[in-house]
Design a protein around this ligand. Structure first.
Ligand SMILES: [Zn+2]
Length: 102
């Protein structure tokens, strides 16, 4: 697949590849983007769909919340919302969430 300008045409395949990868190993969104040759925003855009589609089976998409590298804060309202700044200490050094299929 080298047709790089048609991103999003096959979202269902993208979701399935994400789910397949997470069955093999836990990954952050960046690791998924790297492993599957996707844009990071495509990974984020797919995650809520992946979550819903695996729940139709007997699985769940678990999210280990992102954490602030500066103060350790991890109580983000929306762990998949790509927080850019820590509400506690205002640091922008936020670790990525880790995704896991269970
Ligand atoms: Zn912080």
């Amino acid at each position: 697949m080298s047709n790089g300008d048609s991103e999003g045409v096959d979202e269902e395949t993208t979701r399935r590849r994400i789910a397949d990868h997470l069955r093999d190993e836990d990954a952050t969104p960046s690791e998924l983007a790297e492993a599957l040759d996707l844009h990071l925003r495509s990974v984020y855009a797919s995650l809520s769909h992946v979550s819903r589609s695996v729940e139709a089976g007997d699985e769940r998409l678990l999210v280990v919340p992102p954490e602030c590298s500066n103060c350790g804060f991890s109580g983000f309202d929306d762990p998949l919302g790509r927080p850019s700044r820590c509400p506690s200490c205002k640091s922008e050094r936020i670790e990525e969430p880790v995704l896991r299929l269970d």
